[in-house]
Design a protein. Structure first.
Lengths: 144, 961
């Protein structure tokens, strides 16, 4: 599904919501990984090295993704590469579902109730596209 | 509406309009003056405040002249904009309705476009100034810059101009990296430009900044970017500090002052020791380094060779042989973060030392420098310490005596050495060279040579640098570098051994007097004597001689002629008379004394008339300086002058009377004073007639003929009330003094208080001091100890200001007496010795012998018998001079001494003779001293009855013990 499913207004709202999250991204990332390892302790061995670096990578990737939403080719290529690399990390389709849910939960908790439903729907559209594109990249035999 | 002129304080400092731009103001101080006016809220600053801001370490008097000069430079640099500045006698103002500054713009950011703001954010504020005042102004400017950046960036984002907002916030973040508002605006600008990633990076930078981790990041980045040529150099062992062989003389308090200046928190990073060659700058710098060694990381002494490459010589010192393409950078790298104090010696050898020192200090915040140079660096933050000659009696004379070595002391030898010190003018190098010459010459021979030519001071002393071995050669180098205008001014100044004020300098300087004086000060051939007010510009004696020797004869003659005219005109402005010897005039006399002396000698040499008017202005101060012999010699010449008037004659006689009085020749004094009175009567000067009459009575006071002297004072007071009312106060003080001797405390107090109350009408501070000192005895008699302490505290500064040996001597004598009564013998000795030092300087036998009584008693109190005996023997010559009061006291001291030594019979005999002598000659002693006589008499017991004791008997007794 092309990323162009998002309208310009939706992209603006996504970016604005992320901007608001920037000051708390460290906390969010930390909480995200804590919950991941609690729910899926089997993936912990794949995260070697400093967890802070891992957390930064997650937030960096989201920022880079949001920066490229208006350039679908660039964004999709980036996501496919990422998906391909994640095979080696042991990422399964179930794990993608869980990540999608966890990020939506994270966003939903940080915005007010009046816009939570609306905003999580838009984030949901984006994250579904992310999972599908990454999984597509994961299933490709070679790195493009 | 904007003003027509703008002062730029960021980047290059200057004044700009649409049509013109002025950015050059000749000196840094002129530029600073502009900045200070621009920064002041009203645009107006008092001259005194400006001078204080420009020369915080200098005396106000010395800065007024300089301020005028810098003001002139600033206005010159302002060109068409010079009308913006107005100056009154009180204040200097900038017309702020016509001028706005960068800071004014920042204070109103709504008027600022982003493009206008950006340079104000990126250019340095008050570029090149690193001292305290600039630091606080910079803080204020930074606050304004950040506030303006927030306002303008916010507006730019609202105007959909995120790029400008980003540029502004980034420039402002460099000023205040911890400002949250700026970071948020920068993040917003990044986001608006489509980069949440950059916004995220910005946020992380801010977070790191708050956590204090940026320093590490910058350090790492710096290390990564470090070019190969600034790799850490090999550590070199620095040469040790120079260790001069000879002792360091004097200047102890200056060393401590400089130490504190360099090591205190709010001290200075650059201290310049400035002065002529041979004044002892290098030696002083070494002593300061020794003093601070151990208080800082390390200290080092670096001599700057002639024509040195600025950074090269330092690099050679620190990194011997490790040549690099960027020596200054290498040095900065090497000395970075090192807590050190360096001496850079002889920095006048560099072409532009100021620039080099600025660069060095700017790059090394923990570096502190002492530089020695003949000229100041003239850069911001510099503390210039002008090194003057050594103090005459406490520093220069002991130095010469020690260098010459011990020989049998004699009064003549001591006097000759003192004269050599005067001829060397306290210049340490001259003293060393003179000491070397004294190995082959007798002091009098050297004096003769020195008077004939300054050339004499040359000696092969291997521990001195070659250039210092010949004084005149050294001076010639400095003189050769002067322009024609300055050379001419220097020749005129050389005629004034006592120096000139700016007002006098104006009479002979061609061109701008302040510019010429400033250049001459910078050349260090002239030094500013800031102990006097108004300031005096003076040549050291060896320089003065050298200038005159090099001068064309015709030019020198012309300069001397103008000097004589000037001094005669000055003398005529003071109407000589006792009622004019006010405090202020007393200072003027003293300041001009060496000039009047030189003028009289020159006038006598050239046969010029009207010399007496000069003499009348000279003799009071010469007398209090103990130059009796010179005065008598001068009198002998002057009394032969064909144009002498009765009044002139009266002054000569009166002066001679006082000279004889100082020598203890009281009868001669009385005769001369009476003759002087007749001369004044003949000339119709009633004031001086009364004065001379009182001088005539002086001998009676010293002979202790108090009833007679009191009666005479009564007559004189009555006479003065009619003929010279201004003299009444002085006479009453004298009478009060005699009354204290007699214990007539109430009457004494009335007279003395009257003297103080009316001192302004008479001798001013001098009379005040004399009456105050006498009142100490009254306070003591009434046991008003608190009052006594208060009076002592008031008198000390008054006497220091007066600087008159005569009054100081009276004060020291009084202090010694009180200490004796209290049984504090050490203090009594200290005061007596200090007093003797002064008396030796003033050469006054009366005071000299009187204080020796106190000294002998102080030594007996400390059981230092042989010293006490020697002092008693020294008092013996007072007796043949009919100073019988001293004779009685000396004999009592001797009796007490013998009693302490266990020779009780002898003690009783001596005391018996003392009392008989007192009785036979009807010798009264001051009541406090009478108490001492009584106590000795009581101690040594009953004494035999002695019928008569002559002066000869007592003289012999004191000599033989």
């Amino acid at each position: 599904m092309p990323i162009t499913v998002l309208t310009t207004q939706e992209i603006e709202r996504l970016r604005a919501s992320f901007f608001v999250l920037i000051p708390v991204t460290d906390d969010l990332a930390e909480s995200f990984y804590a919950r991941l390892f609690e729910a899926h302790p089997e993936v912990r061995p794949f995260f070697k090295g400093d967890l802070q670096t891992q957390q930064d990578k997650l937030i960096d990737t989201l920022a880079a993704l949001l920066d490229t939403l208006e350039k679908p080719d660039v964004a999709d290529q980036m996501l496919r590469d990422l998906g391909h690399r994640h095979v080696a990390y042991g990422a399964t389709p179930e794990l993608y579902d869980w990540v999608e849910w966890a990020i939506l939960d994270m966003v939903g908790n940080q915005v007010g109730p009046e816009e939570a439903e609306d905003l999580t729907a838009i984030w949901g559209k984006l994250l579904r596209h992310v999972s599908e594109t990454m999984l597509a990249g994961a299933s490709s035999e070679t790195s493009p | 509406m904007r003003a027509s002129w703008r002062v730029s304080l960021f980047g290059v400092i200057g004044v700009h309009s649409v049509h013109a731009s002025y950015t050059s103001f000749e000196t840094r101080r002129a530029t600073k003056l502009l900045v200070l006016l621009a920064l002041s809220r009203t645009g107006s600053l008092r001259r005194d405040d400006l001078a204080d801001l420009l020369w915080p370490d200098d005396f106000l008097d010395s800065t007024r002249l300089r301020l005028r000069q810098e003001l002139s430079r600033m206005k010159k640099g302002l060109g068409d904009a010079s009308d913006l500045i107005t100056a009154s006698t009180e204040a200097v103002s900038m017309n702020r309705s016509e001028v706005e500054t960068d800071l004014d713009l920042l204070a109103k950011p709504e008027r600022l476009a982003p493009a206008e703001l950006l340079p104000l954010l990126s250019e340095p504020f008050l570029m090149g100034w690193d001292d305290t005042w600039a630091f606080s102004e910079r803080e204020r400017a930074d606050q304004l810059r950040v506030q303006a950046a927030v306002a303008v960036a916010t507006q730019a984002l609202n105007d959909k101009d995120p790029q400008s907002a980003l540029s502004i916030t980034q420039a402002a973040i460099a000023i205040d990296p911890r400002h949250e508002g700026l970071r948020t605006l920068a993040m917003k600008a990044h986001a608006a430009l489509g980069s949440l990633s950059d916004a995220l990076v910005e946020f992380r930078r801010f977070k790191r900044q708050l956590n204090g981790s940026t320093a590490v990041v910058e350090e790492e980045a710096m290390a990564a970017a470090m070019p190969a040529w600034i790799e850490e150099p090999t550590q070199i062992e620095l040469p040790p500090l120079p260790s001069p062989i000879d002792r360091f003389y004097g200047r102890d308090s200056l060393v401590r002052e400089l130490r504190d200046l360099l090591t205190e928190d709010r001290g200075s990073r650059l201290v310049s020791l400035v002065g002529p060659g041979g004044i002892g700058k290098t030696r002083l710098a070494i002593e300061v380094l020794k003093e601070v060694e151990g208080q800082v990381g390390f200290v080092s002494f670096v001599e700057c060779p002639v024509d040195a490459d600025p950074a090269g010589f330092l690099l050679e010192h620190f990194l011997q042989g490790q040549a690099t393409a960027e020596p200054l950078e290498a040095l900065r790298r090497h000395l970075r973060d090192q807590d050190c104090i360096l001496v850079l010696d002889n920095l006048e050898h560099l072409a532009e030392p100021g620039g080099f020192v600025t660069e060095l200090l700017n790059g090394l915040p923990s570096l502190r420098l002492i530089v020695t140079s003949r000229r100041p660096m003239k850069i911001a933050g510099e503390r210039t310490v002008s090194i003057g000659p050594l103090e005459r009696t406490q520093e220069a004379l002991p130095m010469l005596e020690e260098l010459v070595g011990t020989r049998k002391p004699s009064r003549d030898r001591e006097a000759a050495l003192a004269e050599i010190v005067d001829l060397c003018d306290g210049l340490p190098l001259s003293l060393r060279l003179a000491a070397a010459r004294l190995r082959f010459l007798e002091p009098r021979e050297l004096i003769q040579e020195l008077k004939e030519t300054a050339n004499s001071l040359r000696a092969d002393l291997p521990d001195l640098p070659e250039r210092h071995r010949d004084l005149q050669r050294m001076l010639r180098v400095s003189l050769g570098s002067l322009g024609a205008e300055d050379s001419e001014a220097l020749l005129h100044m050389s005629c004034y051994p006592g120096g000139v004020t700016r007002a006098i300098a104006k009479t002979f300087v061609k061109g701008n007097v302040d510019d010429v004086l400033e250049r001459l000060l910078d050349s260090a051939l002239v030094w500013l004597d800031d102990e006097m007010s108004p300031l005096r510009f003076r040549l050291l004696e060896p320089v003065r001689q050298c200038v005159q020797e090099r001068a064309e004869p015709a030019a020198l003659e012309d300069a001397r002629e103008r000097f004589l005219d000037q001094m005669t005109a000055l003398a005529e402005t003071f109407v000589p008379g006792y009622d004019h010897v006010h405090n202020h005039e007393r200072h003027v006399y003293r300041r001009e004394t060496p000039n009047f002396r030189a003028a009289i000698n020159l006038a006598l040499e050239t046969g010029r008339p009207q010399t007496h008017v000069l003499f009348e202005n000279l003799w009071h101060s010469e007398l209090s300086a103990g130059r009796n012999a010179e005065l008598i010699e001068m009198i002998r010449k002057l009394e032969k002058s064909p144009d002498i008037t009765p009044l002139d004659k009266g002054h000569l006689l009166l002066c001679e009377a006082w000279c004889r009085s100082a020598e203890g020749k009281l009868d001669e004094t009385a005769d001369l004073a009476l003759k002087a009175k007749h001369a004044f009567d003949e000339g119709g000067d009633a004031g001086h007639s009364v004065y001379a009459l009182s001088a005539h009575y002086e001998h009676l006071r010293y002979k202790s003929e108090w009833p007679v002297v009191l009666a005479r004072y009564e007559e004189a007071i009555a006479l003065a009330e009619v003929a010279a009312p201004c003299f009444v106060a002085t006479l009453r003080v004298w009478r009060g003094l005699v009354r204290t001797y007699r214990g007539e405390w109430q009457e004494a107090e009335n007279d003395l208080e009257y003297g103080i109350a009316h001192s302004d009408d008479a001798e001013g501070a001098g009379l005040n001091a004399m009456a105050g000192t006498a009142l100490l005895a009254v306070d003591f008699a009434y046991k008003r100890y608190a009052k006594l302490q208060e009076r002592l505290a008031q008198l000390r500064p008054l006497l220091q200001e007066l600087g008159d040996a005569h009054y100081w001597s009276i004060f020291q004598r009084a202090e010694a007496r009180f200490a004796l009564v209290e049984g504090n013998y050490q203090a009594a000795e200290a005061h007596a010795r200090r007093g003797l030092q002064i008396f030796a300087y003033a050469g006054n036998l009366l005071h000299d012998t009187e204080i020796k009584v106190s000294l002998a008693r102080a030594l007996i109190g400390q059981e230092r018998w042989p010293e006490a005996e020697a002092v008693i023997r020294e008092m013996a010559p007072a007796v043949p001079q009919k100073l019988r009061r001293v004779g009685v006291m000396a004999a009592a001291c001797l009796a007490e001494l013998r009693w302490h030594q266990g020779q009780t019979d002898q003690a009783a005999q001596i005391m018996a003779r003392a009392l008989a002598y007192q009785q036979v000659h009807d010798v009264s002693v001051p009541i406090m001293e009478q108490e001492y006589l009584n106590s000795v008499q009581a101690r040594v017991g009953a004494v035999e009855n002695v019928e008569t004791v002559s002066d000869d008997d007592l003289h012999r007794l004191l000599l033989e013990g």
